[in-house]
Design a protein around this ligand. Structure first.
Ligand SMILES: Cc1cc2nc3c(=O)[nH]c(=O)nc-3n(C[C@H](O)[C@H](O)[C@H](O)COP(=O)(O)OP(=O)(O)OC[C@H]3O[C@@H](n4cnc5c(N)ncnc54)[C@H](O)[C@@H]3O)c2cc1C
Length: 390
């Protein structure tokens, strides 16, 4: 192959093939049953963990695969493109980044190898609260230092996977907002041992949602967290969380690309087969064009994901690219889902086709982990230099 053609080969073709093989063991029926029961995909998460995929971003010295963000993106994209749902565990890939970048040596040695083997699941991320919403710095959960521990009081909402995680990364206020210079100061991150905390100052309540996402709300009533579980310096937690957000957004964007690919494949297959008025419905431009348009949207978003990952790997801070990738990819997956359901006509609503399930699942990404409006505000303010609107 000449050097120009080589530039277009997929460096992750083998990873994709292997992930697809693993996903084939978890077909539509598996996800449908879980969806009906709102149950956690334990067997799927175990298989991904055992194959080392969830430890993709953990360095080899801590027992992980030490892969790049692009490789992790290829893994999650493939999971979605094969009809599975990485939402059950994707956070494990990026939450540990906070411990890796800002944790002490002791914390890294204590947690990362066990997260890599799956002995410990770090899948819960407690940031959002009912009263603060997107305005993270007004969160009200407080952690007060008392000797060798902190006492945590407050509430989190939408904490995904809390019932299926051994550890949670918690963001709480350690200095009252009125006593800090900047509202981003005075917040701290903690590693919370979920098993030890449950029933001892921490209560978890599931929230049933339109898709199977294992959402919960968590209440803290004098929860004791050892001081050694503070990550990094007290008061700098918001920065640590921000540091991890670009990787998170790029990985979620990659999942949306995978969803879009699944919808488009499913719709094109159906449109070739389904005959109405004596010809395949896919012969009608009314069916073709929404699919073609969604495909073009997906490919453009895919380039943005790749650009963001490349900048991240070069040590840059791809805030602009990560935000745009997440927005464009979430819109592309939604356009593809919409075209897919329309292509299927009535059958798009039948559970056994999996279209309606994927349609519900992919809708989330225009809201979480950050909503489209806030991404547009970011671009307006930080890229275009317009006045902050909030
Ligand atoms: C299924 C699910 C799983 C989640 N998992 C987690 C998790 O694991 N951990 C966690 O911490 N959080 C999680 N979240 C929370 C998620 O990150 C938030 O829902 C999201 O950031 C939006 O916050 P909010 O729901 O409070 O909306 P709000 O902040 O109340 O916003 C509501 C609407 O108003 C718009 N809006 C608000 N302010 C502005 C503004 N200034 N300009 C323009 N528009 C504005 C928003 O864009 C949005 O459309 C999850 C949410 C869901 C639904």
């Amino acid at each position: 192959m000449d050097q120009h053609a080589a530039a277009f080969t997929d460096p992750f073709a083998e990873i994709r093939q292997e992930v697809a093989k693993l996903c084939a063991r978890f077909p539509g029926e598996y996800w449908r049953k879980l969806d009906q029961e709102r149950a956690y995909p334990t067997a799927f998460v175990r298989a991904l963990t055992e194959a080392g995929y969830l430890a993709a971003l953990i360095p080899e010295e801590f027992g992980g695969a030490g892969l790049t963000l692009s490789a992790a993106a290829a893994i999650l994209e493939t999971v979605q493109a094969e009809g599975c749902n990485g939402a059950a565990c994707h956070a494990q890939m990026y939450i540990m980044g906070t411990i890796l970048r800002h944790g002490s040596d002791a914390q890294k040695r204590q947690y990362l190898p066990k997260i890599a083997t799956g002995e410990l699941r770090l899948q819960a991320f407690g940031v959002t609260e009912p009263t603060s919403g997107t305005d993270t710095t007004s969160l009200r959960t407080v952690a007060k230092r008392e000797g060798d521990h902190y006492v945590v009081n407050g509430q989190k909402v939408w904490t995904s996977r809390a019932e299926h995680s051994d550890l949670m990364l918690l963001l709480a206020r350690t200095t009252p907002r009125g006593e800090v210079k900047r509202r981003t100061d005075g917040l701290s991150t903690f590693i919370v041992d979920m098993r030890a905390s449950l029933g001892n100052g921490m209560t978890i309540r599931p929230i049933r949602t339109m898709m199977n996402h294992n959402s919960t709300e968590i209440f803290f009533d004098n929860l004791i967290v050892p001081a050694e579980n503070l990550v990094g310096e007290e008061g700098r937690g918001f920065r640590y969380i921000l540091d991890g957000m670009n990787a998170e957004r790029l990985l979620i964007a990659a999942e949306c690309i995978g969803d879009a690919k699944w919808f488009l494949q499913k719709a094109a297959d159906y449109a070739r087969e389904r005959r109405v008025f004596g010809r395949p419905i896919g012969q009608n431009q009314g069916i073709q064009f929404p699919l073609a348009k969604a495909y073009a949207q997906m490919r453009a978003a895919e380039l943005m994901v790749r650009d963001g990952c490349a900048k991240f790997e070069a040590g840059l801070t791809p805030g602009e690219e990560a935000n745009m990738a997440k927005m464009l990819a979430a819109e592309a997956s939604w356009a593809a889902g919409e075209a897919c359901i329309q292509t299927h006509g009535g059958f798009g609503f039948a559970e056994e086709y999996d279209v309606e399930r994927k349609f519900r699942e992919t809708r989330l990404y225009q809201v979480a982990p950050i909503s489209t409006n806030l991404i547009l505000s970011y671009i307006a303010e930080h890229v275009l230099g317009l006045p902050r609107s909030y």
